[in-house]
Design a protein around this ligand. Structure first.
Ligand code: GLA
Length: 729
């Protein structure tokens, strides 16, 4: 609910459990007065203390009042050059060369429903699902209007934000920074949690106290990156899964980003998050508009678990545009780890036949089917079937897969080109490269200039021809390198600072065209695994390959970190062969199955090589996944342990919304002789319900299972795992 106090210019945004407030003060500076646990309507600006501080300048209109300074007040959208020396949200250069931004409140607008952002991903919601407030701020000298957008999804405790900047003057304005969100706190005794890693080990949780100065994570790789995820948290120092206040902020953006937290001199703190200012400069001609990507905040007064569950629900209901929304999604088999580039049509059909016999429903043909693609040095850009490998093309192959009762999916990497390709030979000028410099390669490939419409149109026509040639139900959209040599032949020197962002807009444009033209096709995002696992991509690709690391034990860390913001149904997770291709570890098939089941489930191995017992087990796993599908994908997610704190076992749980069913998943880590006897306390159950465990034995009450726990079975061997299914009687 959005409550307005027009007289006092106070805007209060209430969600189910939280309150967010801002107020335009006597000088029309928009102050941020509160974000936290729900509070009834009142003016919270009394929390802000003013007082003269040397070296904290006073705005001109404050006259002799030396107590008033932007340097010490919490701002809703921080400015620069006028006395706030902390991280600015906006910075622009005017024709005379100044870099000063002074924003004052002008007016507001209130609407039913959720705002949309042209060309950018955003949460969606109709009239009775969300409410929108737009607050207009203006720098009168510069004639720059800043529109702050807020949408409230009340039951999800979700507040989305976006920013539009309009040049209302007659001269160009060069926008050098335009954050999506600024969040000021009147305290700095907070921990910052970020999700970091590298290729093959993404989104590992890192937590530490705020320190004086600026702490930041971000990416200048052109993608949101394996290294840092555009989702960050701030929380009480002692917050945990179930207690303490915590704030999550996700940026729906898939390119360069920065999340910077400044802990300033008088023990307050500020989070600014948005497009990374590195090599960003957007020229706004007279009348021009720039839209910053959306940020989405969830505050939980009751620890991380509640925040995650709110994000999961909101993302599933209001961000994913999944052709399988509300329906059962097929289990897939992917041939990558089974064959790499070395396959024939018969080999693929063999894998599909084995898979179909085990209940698997979708066959995905990975890299290597096009151009002269026999390794990763050639072929990218030539989206035409390699007829030597696949005689008769997709027209011949796909019906053979369909005859097995399976759907067919295909891998593409549209943003890339190999120099050894017909496309590059015809259009060497279509890649990102700086004049006079030979561009760096990544995985032996160059990056197509997706900021250019002509390049995108060409690629889209190629993809469309592939999609028209056969009955295709799924696309894996890959992207296998970081951007370098970012310069576009289509823009003048003064506008090269737009290329990084225009590239991302270009990717979104092509994905949107695919979504609109082929709404029945499920697109899975991929960037060498999870190098672009963010809310922006999820809008177009409702599931994303979580990591190229398919080892079940490494996946515990990756999927644990990923679960803080992103729901299970978005995390592509496959059972692969052992020893694992990435780290050589041997884990039981059951362990691999249980780990992958808490994701968009599939297999990535040569099923023909499995023994009869393994095939029987896989058939059971697939059955099990189908039985638990609703619970796994639509249940409330509870992290029961942290793999970071305790490697002896990792456990998580899904509980049905009516609390009548739950699935507990446990993977044992390091095994010791004579291990301790432990009880695992469950969560989210109804204390009054009696639950039958795995369909047998005397039932146990939710209260006992949550307060006293369930004895962890003593199992021997390497990395054993088990599931406990609870059903209320
Ligand atoms: C990336 C993906 C893999 C696979 C290969 C194919 O690394 O993450 O899953 O598709 O590309 O080249």
């Amino acid at each position: 609910m959005i409550v307005l106090d027009q007289e006092n210019k106070i805007f209060t945004l209430h969600t189910l459990n939280t309150t967010y407030q801002m107020k335009a003060d006597q000088y029309n500076v928009l102050l941020h007065t509160y974000y936290g646990t729900k509070i009834d309507n009142c003016d919270l600006s009394g929390l802000i203390q003013c007082g003269g501080r040397s070296f904290s300048p006073n705005p001109n209109e404050a006259g002799s009042n030396r107590d008033y300074s932007l340097d010490i007040m919490p701002q809703e959208y921080s400015t620069c050059g006028v006395g706030d020396f902390r991280v600015p949200s906006i910075e622009f250069e005017l024709p005379e060369g100044s870099h000063t931004a002074d924003l004052r409140y002008e007016s507001y607008r209130l609407e039913k429903g959720k705002y949309a952002l042209e060309g950018l991903p955003a949460f969606f919601g109709i009239e009775d699902e969300a409410e929108t407030l737009v607050v207009y701020l203006k720098d009168s000298a510069a004639q720059v209007l800043v529109e702050l957008y807020y949408s409230v999804f009340e039951t999800f405790d979700l507040i989305t934000r976006a920013v539009r900047v309009v040049n209302q003057g007659s001269e160009p304005v060069r926008l050098c920074r335009c954050a999506s969100l600024c969040l000021d706190f009147l305290r700095s005794d907070l921990d910052m949690i970020t999700f970091n890693g590298h290729h093959l080990m993404e989104r590992c949780l890192d937590r530490g106290p705020l320190r004086s100065g600026i702490q930041s994570v971000g990416s200048v790789r052109g993608t949101s990156s394996h290294q840092h995820n555009p989702f960050v948290m701030l929380c009480d120092r002692d917050a945990d899964e179930d207690t303490g206040i915590c704030y999550g902020v996700m940026l729906l953006y898939s390119g360069n980003f920065e999340a910077a937290v400044e802990c300033s001199q008088y023990e307050n703190s500020r989070l600014v998050m948005g497009i990374h200012p590195y090599h960003f400069c957007w020229t706004l001609e007279a009348g021009g508009v720039f839209t910053a990507p959306e940020a989405a905040m969830v505050c939980s007064p009751n620890g991380f678990g509640q925040m995650s569950r709110q994000y999961h629900r909101a993302i599933c209901e209001h961000l994913l545009r999944d052709p399988y929304h509300g329906k059962y999604k097929p289990v897939l088999v992917n041939n990558w780890e089974a064959t790499y580039f070395d396959f024939t049509a018969d080999r693929l059909v063999d894998i599909a036949r084995e898979a179909a016999a085990l209940g698997i429903e979708l066959f995905v043909m990975d890299d290597g089917w096009f151009g002269t693609r026999n390794d990763d040095n050639s072929g990218l850009g030539d989206w035409k079937v390699n007829l030597e490998k696949l005689p008769g093309g997709l027209e011949a192959l796909v019906p053979r897969i369909r005859e097995l009762g399976m759907k067919f999916g295909i891998w593409i990497e549209p943003e890339m080109v190999n120099e050894d390709s017909d496309l590059y030979r015809a259009h060497p000028d279509w890649v990102l490269q700086v004049p006079g410099r030979a561009p760096s390669r990544g995985r032996g490939q160059l990056v197509l200039d997706f900021s250019r419409r002509d390049v995108r149109d060409y690629i889209y026509d190629q993809i469309r021809a592939v999609l028209m040639s056969a009955d295709i139900s799924y696309i894996k959209w890959d992207m296998n390198r970081s951007l370098t040599d970012v310069w576009s032949a289509s823009l003048p020197a003064g506008r090269q600072g737009e290329v990084y962002h225009r590239y991302v807009l270009g990717v979104y444009d092509l994905l949107e065209r695919l979504h609109c033209d082929y709404p029945h096709i499920l697109i899975e995002g991929c960037c060498g695994g999870g190098g672009r696992f963010d809310g922006g991509m999820l809008y177009y690709t409702p599931q994303i390959w979580c990591s190229d690391d398919t080892d079940a034990i490494d996946r515990l860390h990756i999927q644990y970190g990923t679960s803080f913001c992103y729901p299970v149904c978005t995390m592509g997770a496959h059972v692969s062969a052992v020893p694992n291709e990435q780290n050589g570890r041997i884990t039981p098939l059951k362990t691999r199955g249980i780990t992958a089941m808490s994701g968009a489930f599939g297999y990535e191995m040569d099923l023909g090589k499995c023994t009869a017992e393994e095939k029987t087990e896989i058939r059971c796993q697939v059955e099990q996944y189908k039985t638990y599908y609703d619970l796994l994908h639509h249940g409330d997610y509870y992290r029961l342990t942290s793999p970071l704190k305790d490697s002896s076992y990792t456990a998580w749980e899904q509980v049905s919304p009516d609390q009548r069913e739950a699935l507990v998943n446990v993977i044992l880590g390091t095994t010791h002789a004579a291990p301790p006897f432990r009880c695992l306390r469950l969560k989210g159950l109804n204390p009054a319900f009696q639950y039958q465990i795995n369909g047998t034995g005397s039932p146990q009450s939710g209260e006992v299972l949550m307060k006293a726990g369930y004895p962890v079975p003593q199992i021997q061997g390497d990395y054993p795992a088990f599931q406990i299914y609870l059903k209320a009687m």
